[in-house]
Design a protein. Structure first.
Length: 222
């Protein structure tokens, strides 16, 4: 949008755009899609600028999770519950120990202490066998992969690619996936796979052809 169009953005629209951007960047595609569609209905400029973000959201929402994805979600959820439980139990255990004068423990005290130890061991086992670092769903194949900064390493070197579908820059980015970001990538020839340029040209038939993109897409030599 140009400056004149930007002035027309209301405060409520700005807040909705900011919320949509945060949701999208965190790969909360379903919630982001609701926001994007609401924004698009309010202004055609928004619909054009966010069209690719909307496509990615719809794409991921329609993809079924793999067993590996489901295991990650269950492990992450279980870990969250275990951390809550261990904090509560640790607090209760601390109160028991701090109020004991003769260190005579009741059966319930012993159960509480052992429960705290058991949960701590369970957490250790989970972290040892099921890495629960930050993972987000790839905007192309929809599967959970380790987070890769969308502004990070070069995909040409294989350092910013989805480990499953191998597409470049798999993490969602409200900027790079907007029309402005997509045209920049297209014009610079920033990704190595031809499918990006084929898709871009199919979606934007009237956009000026890029020489860099043409070299990659047609396999021409400089």
């Amino acid at each position: 949008m140009n400056e004149e169009e930007a002035i027309k953005v209301t405060g409520a629209q700005k807040l909705l755009i900011e919320r949509a951007g945060k949701l999208y960047n965190n790969a909360q595609y379903k919630k982001a899609l609701v926001c994007f569609e609401s924004i698009s209905k309010q202004n055609d400029n928004f619909a054009s600028a966010l069209s690719q973000c909307i496509r990615f959201c719809k794409n991921v929402v329609d993809i079924n999770l793999s067993p590996e994805d489901e295991l990650y979600i269950k492990t992450k959820t279980l870990t969250r519950y275990l951390w809550c439980a261990i904090v509560i139990l640790a607090f209760l255990t601390f109160n028991i120990l701090s109020n004991k004068e003769n260190y005579a423990f009741s059966f319930s005290d012993i159960v509480l202490i052992f429960a705290s130890v058991a949960i701590a061991l369970a957490l250790h086992h989970i972290y040892s066998h099921f890495p629960t670092g930050k993972k987000l769903r790839c905007k192309y194949c929809g599967h959970y992969i380790d987070y890769i900064d969308p502004n990070g390493e070069s995909a040409y070197l294989g350092m910013n690619n989805c480990r499953i579908c191998r597409r470049s820059y798999p993490m969602p980015s409200i900027f790079w996936d907007s029309f402005e970001g997509q045209t920049y990538i297209y014009g610079r020839g920033s990704v190595p796979e031809k499918i990006f340029y084929e898709d871009f040209e199919a979606r934007n038939p009237n956009y000026p052809r890029s020489e860099m993109a043409d070299k990659i897409l047609r396999g021409k030599k400089s």
